[in-house]
Design a protein around this ligand. Structure first.
Ligand SMILES: Nc1ncnc2c1ncn2[C@@H]1O[C@H](COP(=O)(O)OP(=O)(O)OP(=O)(O)O)[C@@H](O)[C@H]1O
Length: 283
């Protein structure tokens, strides 16, 4: 059995007229880095909420189908706390994530670990490591509510990473970060994946998803319409219809293939450089 399975998920929020998830099925193995893309309102966030039981447990509404994460039947779960140590969730808006009661960044990042009842020494180790990973050590004594949007976003992510969950679901966790910090976060997520964690990342930054994800899901009208390796998913003929752009590397690869009548499509930066150098040196 796959590590994660979703069978025929159909879900409507209490006030939605149509289902937001529409007979959606999917499975994943442990250690995948799954990028989720699709146009606004296609159901990406809702799919993430369903994965960790928030829809319907928190949002209510009508739900049918089955979800299993690491053999836990999420659709039969009665309390969200039942999977608090298995699934970490990073909200689109960091403000939603903040406890609102902790007075320093350090305490904020320790909050979830304390709720899990971990020993003090482990809490201190995890938080200290995460602060270093995210370059937040210098602001560890600041009040979380007096940080910039980007800093808050890093703290929100850190408070989840500190819990070291096996499955990490992050909804646009870099939306308020500059390009350098965004890349750092992608690298950190990649490191987590290499350590065996399973990552779900909702993102509009497709160039980075192309570089880091191992698999891409395109969601359209509540269904997964494309599910493949990035170099195949992002070549789908229907991308424009699904409101998804092609990564720059692939667009450039296609242009080179056309220009030089190549018998292959360069899909990596290194291949593109090799083609360019080859034709430059022939001149
Ligand atoms: N709490 C809610 N109650 C009712 N409808 C909701 C709720 N949250 C989202 N929706 C609706 O569900 C649909 C899917 O929304 P969702 O946020 O899952 O899409 P998305 O693909 O993540 O969009 P975006 O890229 O804009 O974040 C939209 O029509 C949205 O208006």
């Amino acid at each position: 059995m796959a590590y994660i399975t979703c069978d025929n998920l159909t879900y409507s929020y209490p006030l939605s007229e149509e289902p937001v998830l529409n007979d959606l099925s999917f499975e994943a193995q442990k250690g995948e880095f799954i990028g989720i893309v699709g146009q606004n309102g296609s159901g990406k966030t809702t799919f993430c909420h369903a994965l960790r039981g928030f829809a319907p447990l928190f949002y209510k509404g009508e739900f049918s189908g089955q979800i299993t994460l690491a053999e836990k039947k999420i659709h039969e779960m009665k309390r969200l706390s039942d999977i608090a140590d298995l699934v970490g969730y990073v909200f689109q808006n960091p403000f939603t994530q903040m406890s609102g009661i902790e007075e320093t960044v350090f305490q904020e990042m320790a909050f979830g670990l304390e709720n899990l009842g971990l020993p003090k020494e482990k809490i201190i180790n995890n938080v200290t490591r995460t602060l270093t990973d995210l370059g937040l050590t210098s602001i560890q004594d600041k009040h979380p509510l007096y940080l910039s949007g980007g800093q808050q976003q890093k703290v929100a992510l850190g408070s989840v990473l500190a819990m070291n969950p096996e499955i990490l679901i992050a909804d646009e966790p870099t939306s308020q970060l500059d390009p350098a910090a965004t890349k750092e976060i992608f690298s950190l997520l990649k490191e987590n994946q290499k350590n065996g964690k399973t990552i779900f990342l909702v993102e509009h930054k497709i160039d980075l998803l192309y570089e880091y994800a191992t698999r891409i899901l395109i969601i359209h009208e509540g269904k997964i319409v494309v599910d493949d390796k990035p170099e195949i998913a992002f070549l789908d003929d229907r991308l424009a219809m699904f409101g998804v752009e092609m990564p720059n590397i692939l667009a450039l690869g296609q242009l080179l293939k056309e220009t030089y009548s190549l018998d292959f499509l360069p899909t990596k930066q290194q291949e593109i450089e090799e083609v360019l150098l080859f034709y430059r040196d022939r001149k």
